[in-house]
Design a protein around this ligand. Structure first.
Ligand SMILES: Cc1cc2nc3c(=O)[nH]c(=O)nc-3n(C[C@H](O)[C@H](O)[C@H](O)COP(=O)(O)OP(=O)(O)OC[C@H]3O[C@@H](n4cnc5c(N)ncnc54)[C@H](O)[C@@H]3O)c2cc1C
Length: 477
């Protein structure tokens, strides 16, 4: 089997995984209404290869003729990176702003592990990484990436005696014939509750003292000792919401506890080689922030649509300051699109794999994240106070109130009260607090992107310095 169907994906989740939600163990993730919403969001990735209009984007034919997911294909060119970018944009559009997530972050980690194995020059690691990529291509499994450790005192290194205990970063506590045993916890891991495998990578550079924390591997989610605590999401429209034909799409994220988990050797990609934690982290981040910039395109497009719709409904779309604000949103979305595409065109090659340009990628993610709240503010400004105070659908549909609602909550002659209330409901749902935090923290804080931009630009900075010194007559022309 090279490609799973959506049904096969869902069936594959019937295993012994340990997932808690709202204080209770979930016996069957498929039967839980919140997780079911997330599973349907994820299933989009398995539906796309079956949809005529996306097949060429979603599927690649391997040398042996097997059809595999584009995500698990090794990119060979800037064009491959562009197609991957377009696939993520389209998948997120289908997900009403939520990327399905089943393969893309895993492919970011897989590429980084392949690159790191090539840099290490150790044949066994290269073979293991190749074998795992082949396994993913053949099985089409969904894989969550567990990078973010819980970290404890951020000012201290993982092995520092000043950390409250030694397990704030995931670490190797034993090595035996079977494999390694790991202990620790990873936080905020998207979609892990309903994916098949966990791909674990370190979240920072390591020193020699931190060698046991330099660990990377992949294992099935139901491996004994893995305990997940997921957080609740809004899973369905309730009686207070205007009913909508399109189902809700979203994900939950898990705190994952690794309570002395055994990982077989063939699935270990980094095991104490502390100097290679940094290349692994950085190469993952180059791909992953590009993934992030890609799947933020549809939400940015939606913000333009929200602001324009509300401005037209309220009859202010010709006001100068509103035109300026909508223009700001148009600049925002097109800047994000242009940077994301430029990172593919101007790619670099790491460990033999075309990699999205690190500086442009980090600029794209940073630009998106650092301007996100300003764009939310524009949508909030244009929408007016009803965004917060609007009566509910239950009020609107109450026969004693509906006449008043229709009469007093309309906008221009063309804009009905229902249109306005529906759009406001959509804005509240999409631009919720969770997406605001995700924009800022997801894929690393602002500082993580700025640091990468600065470090990756050293050559460029020195080039400009030399050029300036020549022009100033300090060095020979
Ligand atoms: C919705 C959501 C989904 C996510 N999904 C995933 C996922 O699937 N997989 C995954 O691995 N991670 C995931 N993340 C985690 C995300 O990458 C982290 O939130 C991010 O890296 C920040 O880490 P933190 O949350 O621990 O915050 P912190 O590290 O506590 O950062 C808070 C602030 O402290 C600063 N800071 C931290 N350490 C230092 C230091 N040593 N020196 C100076 N300043 C410092 C940061 O720059 C930031 O300003 C997700 C996050 C969110 C919000």
């Amino acid at each position: 089997m090279a490609l799973m169907t959506a049904q096969q994906y869902k069936d594959s989740l019937k295993d012994g995984r340990v997932v808690y939600l709202c204080g209770e163990r979930v016996p069957d993730v498929l039967a839980n209404p919140m997780l079911r919403t997330c599973i349907e969001t994820a299933a989009i990735d398995y539906e796309m290869p079956e949809m005529e209009e996306y097949r060429d984007l979603a599927v690649v034919t391997r040398e042996d003729g097997d059809r595999i997911s584009r995500y698990y294909h090794v990119p060979r060119s800037g064009d491959d990176l562009l197609k991957r970018h377009e696939l993520m944009v389209e998948a997120t559009r289908l997900g009403s702003g939520a990327i399905p997530f089943t393969h893309d972050i895993a492919s970011d980690a897989m590429n980084a592990v392949n690159i790191t194995a090539a840099l290490m020059g150790k044949e066994e690691y290269r073979e293991r990484a190749e074998a795992y990529r082949r396994y993913l291509q053949d099985s089409d499994l969904s894989v969550a990436v567990a990078m973010s450790d819980v970290k404890g005192d951020r000012s201290q290194r993982p092995s520092s005696p000043r950390q409250g205990h030694p397990d704030y970063y995931l670490r190797i506590v034993d090595r035996n014939d079977e494999g390694i045993v790991v202990r620790g916890a990873k936080a905020h891991i998207s979609a892990a509750a309903y994916f098949n495998e966990l791909f674990v990578v370190p979240c920072r550079n390591m020193s020699e003292d931190d060698a046991d924390y330099a660990v990377s591997f992949a294992i099935p989610v139901d491996t004994p000792g893995i305990i997940q605590v997921a957080h609740p999401i809004k899973a369905d429209f309730g009686p207070l919401d205007f009913p909508v034909d399109i189902p809700l799409r979203w994900h939950t994220d898990s705190l994952i506890i690794f309570d002395d988990v055994t990982v077989p050797w063939e699935r270990v990609f980094l095991c104490g080689e502390w100097a290679f934690a940094m290349p692994l982290v950085y190469n993952f981040a180059y791909f992953h922030r590009h993934t992030a910039a890609s799947y933020r395109v549809p939400v940015s497009e939606m913000m333009v649509g929200m602001a324009q719709a509300m401005a037209e409904y309220n009859g202010v779309d010709k006001a100068t300051h509103i035109i300026e604000k909508v223009t700001d949103l148009v600049i925002y979305v097109n800047m994000l699109k242009s940077l994301s595409r430029a990172a593919c065109v101007d790619y670099v090659v790491h460990g033999g794999i075309p990699t999205p340009n690190p500086v442009i990628t980090n600029m794209a993610k940073y630009y998106f994240a650092s301007n996100f709240h300003r764009c939310v503010e524009i949508v909030q400004d244009v929408s007016g106070g009803l965004l917060s105070t609007a009566p509910t659908y239950a009020d609107f549909s109450n026969p004693e109130l509906s006449g008043f609602m229709e009469k007093y909550l309309g906008g221009t002659a063309e804009a009905t009260a229902e249109q306005r209330l529906r759009m406001l409901q959509f804005i509240r749902r999409i631009l919720c607090q969770e997406i605001e935090v995700l924009a800022v923290q997801g894929e690393g804080s602002f500082q993580a992107q700025r640091m990468t931009i600065y470090l990756e630009s050293q050559e460029e900075i020195q080039k400009y310095k030399a050029m300036t010194e020549r022009e100033a007559g300090i060095s020979p022309h």
